[in-house]
Design a protein around this ligand. Structure first.
Ligand code: SF4
Ligand code: ZN
Ligand code: ZN
Length: 319
């Protein structure tokens, strides 16, 4: 029997990048400690605030909501969970009830904002329109841009001071690498544990950023949390290739993911010096913050013959 490096109980996990074996109890404690450390180090939440958390029903967001519920109680903060229903048949409809049940069991207010209501079409319908109009754009482009915008709008309308997302170490390192590959300076510069406040944007925080995906999954399993395990039918492409590459690198050279993250964090202050700051204003169509006249999501939607509604959400339509 392999024993836990710290307490001698039966080990359930080999944390290769640190050269230690962990039992169930030590793993749970360690993951929770990392979450709290990230919260404190980056002053992610201050007492008395209203915090929104993006919840899909997947393991990362379910784990994050649970940890935030405890943390917010301690800090006297209010927590509200937001699920974006993109309208992906067979995928989101399976995750949504889990997100709802999870929030209910934790006593957390839960709100759903759907693509269909906000934009007049589900993501599946957008993908069909994009094919017909031969836009050449991938489903993830439509999904990523419009979801980010809708999430921000929802969090702002709900009066949130912070918006927590469940990006884990693997997600963050994939995003770093993807932006290197695409030479996307401005997106690269926006990565990090927090993002400074800007007019119209609810500041984002990523409390799980230093926890590997495997450890989040094991945490959910050991805590007996109900999570949605489905994979989006549109997933793949360059994101999948980068994920596979990073997993191979980590298997052959443990600690690579953390090294990439650390390197990026050291470079980030220098990136800020060479990345031009842009002024934000309200989009002429939907009023959401943007650096151009029309925001990226309205631009994409117009290319499909769709229109974003100017006022929406909170009352009635949201719930
Ligand atoms: Fe959206 Fe792409 Fe993620 Fe699917 S894989 S949920 S389409 S961003
Ligand atoms: Zn132990
Ligand atoms: Zn707009």
């Amino acid at each position: 029997m392999l024993k836990c490096t710290f307490c001698g109980r039966r080990a359930v996990y080999n944390r290769r990048y640190a050269g230690v074996l962990l039992c169930d109890r030590c793993l749970l404690k360690s993951v929770e400690r990392r979450f709290r450390r990230a919260m404190a180090k980056h002053r992610m939440i201050t007492p008395g605030k209203r915090v929104a958390v993006a919840v899909s029903g997947g393991k990362d967001s379910v784990v994050l909501t649970r940890m935030l519920t405890e943390y917010c109680k301690l800090k006297n903060c209010e927590l509200v969970a937001i699920t974006i229903d993109e309208g992906i048949k067979g995928y989101r409809e399976a995750g949504l009830p889990i997100a709802r049940e999870n929030a209910k069991s934790l006593g957390v207010e839960h709100v759903v904002a759907s693509f269909k209501r906000a934009f007049g079409a589900t993501l599946d319908q957008m993908v069909e329109l994009a094919k017909r109009r031969k836009t050449g754009l991938k489903p993830c482009t439509y999904c990523g841009v419009t979801r980010r915008s809708l999430l921000n709008q929802a969090a702002r309308e709900l009066g949130a001071d912070k918006l927590a997302t469940a990006h884990n170490l693997d997600d963050e390192v994939q995003a770093i690498m993807l932006n290197y590959v695409r030479a996307d300076f401005s997106r690269l510069h926006r990565l990090g544990p927090t993002y400074p406040p800007r007019e119209g944007f609810v500041p984002r925080i990523k409390p799980l950023r230093e926890i590997p995906e495997k450890e989040v999954a094991l945490y959910a399993l050991l805590r007996g949390l109900r999570v949605h395990l489905g994979v989006c039918p549109y997933a793949g492409g360059i994101h999948g290739e980068i994920r596979d590459f990073l997993n191979r690198l980590e298997a052959n050279h443990p600690n690579s993911k953390f090294m990439i993250l650390r390197m990026f964090d050291r470079m980030k202050p220098h990136l800020a010096k060479v990345t031009p700051e842009f002024e934000t204003r309200g989009c002429e169509n939907c009023g959401e913050p943007t650096s151009t006249n029309i925001c990226k999501s309205c631009d994409l939607l117009r290319g499909l013959g769709l229109e974003r509604k100017q006022k929406m959400l909170i009352s009635g339509e949201f719930r």
